[in-house]
Design a binder for this molecule. Structure first.
Ligand code: ATP
Ligand code: MG
Length: 178
């Protein structure tokens, strides 16, 4: 699934374009499984340890290409936005800046420099989601969740001139409908 729909949004994001991947469909159809993997997989030490191998390489790439990434994770439930990285922050407001950028006020943004950092944030956020049982799915998502990774890149063309790009990729796991 990642090769089919995930690769080009990631490449677009690194090239400076915004991208979103949305999982949409009825309850129990596999949206959450498809977005985040089988339940508790992220929690297994094995996965985190396996990814240690990738970390130095990922860090190296970040340094050479001068990328900086930060992530946020929010939930929309009953029209209210909750910060999944700090669930005490409820009912956050959507704001628009003069330049038309739309953002969620006071949403936690954590800097990441490796796959391991991102995995930690996913584990933390997913544990704070609201779930409930439907007749079809015992662990049904009762909210929409949006994981956002913002990539800031700096490209140094000459000694004096550098260009900056900011782009974001949104991973959206929508609540199911019955
Ligand atoms: N490809 C798959 N392989 C094995 N199990 C799967 C697969 N896709 C989904 N499942 C299982 O099916 C059940 C329902 O999947 P999931 O929770 O992802 O549905 P959902 O679309 O997110 O539902 P809801 O809208 O209620 O949140 C879960 O127990 C999940 O582990
Ligand atoms: Mg779900």
């Amino acid at each position: 699934m990642f090769e089919l729909v995930g690769v080009s949004p990631v490449e677009n994001c690194l090239a400076g374009f915004n991208s979103s991947i949305l999982a949409y469909g009825k309850t129990g159809s596999g949206k959450t499984y498809t977005m985040w993997g089988p339940a508790n997989t992220l929690l297994e030490d094995k996965i985190i340890n396996d990814q240690q191998d990738q970390t130095p390489r990922a860090n190296q790439a970040f340094q050479q290409l001068q990328y900086q990434c930060h992530c946020s994770f929010l939930e929309i439930y009953n029209e209210q936005i909750t910060d999944l990285l700090d669930p005490n922050q409820r009912n956050l407001q959507i704001r628009e800046e003069v330049n038309s950028r739309v953002y969620v006020e006071n949403l936690t943004e954590e800097y990441v420099s490796s796959v391991r950092d991102v995995t930690r944030l996913l584990i933390k956020g997913l544990s704070n989601r609201r779930i409930g049982a439907t007749s079809i799915n015992s662990e049904s998502s009762r909210s929409h969740t949006v994981f956002t990774c913002v990539v800031e890149s700096r490209c140094k063309s000459t000694a004096d001139i550098s260009s900056f790009k900011t782009s974001r990729i949104n991973l959206v796991d929508l609540a199911g409908s019955e």
